[in-house]
Design a protein around this ligand. Structure first.
Ligand code: HSE
Length: 301
């Protein structure tokens, strides 16, 4: 008999979407996949593609931690042996939710290999707890656009299917871990800034649900995190301006950065090129991505 094995596939995500700090995220058509096999003994983790040189392949691997976490949650012993092979297309540490994909892959695989005892809601709670926020894990699990909030009973998530939108992304070679990008934020905000973001967040949801890029362009503005984080990414403000000049309808920092995401009616390639040039003109190497939003979320087979 062959060893029990499952394959999981989880999309990239872009969180915040301008004003929706820690509250909004959407799924992008770029995928990390992994095969999990229960084996006789030992842990064997191999990584191909993005992050192969830098992501841990031992006990500190996020997907492996999540796999163990699920087993402990359902009261099952750790497996005698586990092999995980990743095929990653999502750049690590980029603001595209790669750590959220890793936690979800581990949880989904462990759940599927043990008869699926946990519901999607429970998997979402666990993954959000491991990740620290739900704005990446929710759209990675469910696809589409997700609005997330938290209260004493756990995470409140609403998922919306959205029209397919074209997105140009640029990822500068700048090291900006999420915890550093969070430390850059002030402890308090003015009422004006709070209202500025509140009023636009609802409009961003409406613009994305209806594909109204003109509205998105007016609403995708932020005063809670981008002004502080863009300063940590040399060339980012110029790249956002270049994207708008090249015809982007709206542009935002993707998650905590350092990547930027621009939504385009047309000409996404020119927009990606313009953002790229803003970084390379400053001698900062950068990569371009042309992606689409997706309503598909994570899957297990
Ligand atoms: N919303 C988080 C932040 C990143 O901006 O710090 C994604 O979880």
């Amino acid at each position: 008999m062959s060893d029990p094995c499952v394959q999981v596939r989880v999309p990239a995500t872009s969180a915040n979407l301008g004003p929706g700090f820690d509250s909004l995220g959407l799924a992008l058509d770029l995928w990390n996949t992994a095969e999990f096999t229960l084996t006789g003994e030992g842990l064997n983790i191999t990584i191909q593609g993005e992050g192969a040189a830098r992501l841990p392949t031992g006990g500190a691997n996020h997907a492996y931690s999540a796999f163990r976490r699920l087993l402990s949650n359902i009261g099952q012993p750790e497996p005698a042996g586990l092999r995980i092979h990743f095929q990653n297309a999502i750049p690590a540490g980029s603001g595209l939710g790669s750590s959220a994909t890793a936690y979800l892959m581990g949880l989904l695989a462990a759940n599927a290999l043990h008869g699926s005892p946990l519901s999607k809601d429970q998997l979402l709670e666990l993954s959000a707890e491991m990740e620290g926020h739900a704005d990446n894990v929710a759209p990675a699990l469910l696809g589409g656009l997700c609005a997330v909030s938290h209260d004493d009973d756990g995470w409140i998530v609403r998922r919306y299917a959205i029209p397919t939108l074209q997105a140009a992304l640029v990822l500068p070679e700048v090291n900006l871990p999420t915890h550093t990008a969070r430390k850059a934020l002030p402890p308090h905000y003015t009422r004006e800034d709070a209202v500025f973001n509140l009023s636009r967040t609802a409009l961003v949801v409406d613009a994305l649900r209806t594909g109204d890029l003109a509205l998105l362009g007016r609403a995708m503005q932020d005063r809670l995190h981008q002004p502080y984080r863009l300063k940590l990414i040399p060339g980012a403000e110029a790249a956002m301006q270049a994207a708008r000049q090249a015809g982007a309808a709206a542009v935002a920092l993707s998650g905590a950065g350092p990547s930027l995401i621009a939504f385009c009616e047309s000409g996404a390639e020119a927009c990606a090129e313009a953002m790229h040039a803003a970084f390379t003109d400053r001698h900062i190497p950068a990569r371009r991505f042309l992606l689409q939003t997706t309503n598909q979320g994570a899957s297990v087979s």
